[in-house]
Design a binder for this molecule. Sequence first.
Ligand code: DC
Length: 219
Amino acid sequence: MAFIVAIDGPASSGKGAITEIIAKKLNLKKIDTGIMYRCITLEAIEHNLTEKDQKEILELLNKTDIVMNENKVLLNGNDVTEKIRTKEVNELVSQISAIKELRYKMVEWQRKMAEGKDIIMEGRDIGTVVFPDANVKIYLDADVEVRAIRRYKQNLEKNINTCFEEVLENIRKRDKIDKEKEYGALKIADDAIVVDTTNLDIEQTVKKILEIIMNKQGE
Ligand code: DC
């Protein structure tokens, strides 16, 4: 029986960094579902589509091939690792990911990708929709200002020129859309353990989550 760790939480709550470290430590396959929504959003932008063009986006999805390697994302064979993190994608991805039929398809893909494997999957609806029977469910959270500071610092490190207020505003907006989605909304699963990282660094968070996983494995 495969072992599934679901990590959900809002934008910039640290899911990416934490998932990466835990995947390596426990030898789990890492799947970042945000990448999949970012890729279809990039495709939409490149075809001049918005969330209103649902039919066209669904057609596009059928022709879209996403490969997630260790540290690279290939979209129809092209390296889009950087391109899926731009301001343009950040501003549209929540709206695109709210398309219900798109989500049905994504969830189907995500379940297929995990088949027969021990995995750690991160996103917004992993513990609630994709794997409601996951062995471990974590909901990572942090104050919105703290999340915005982290994202702002990451941008500076990557030489991405943004202003703090803009980053904060974008995160607030994405939180709202992600929480109000009709299907697959960001919410805490009944049996999820909430880890608030507002006052924790990455090392402390990893330690806490590893303890939770070990306890679950021992049950
Ligand atoms: O985790 P992230 O910031 O890369 O996710 C980008 C967007 O994709 C986020 O605003 C919401 C959406 N998303 C989603 O709706 N469901 C998921 N399972 C993962 C991401």
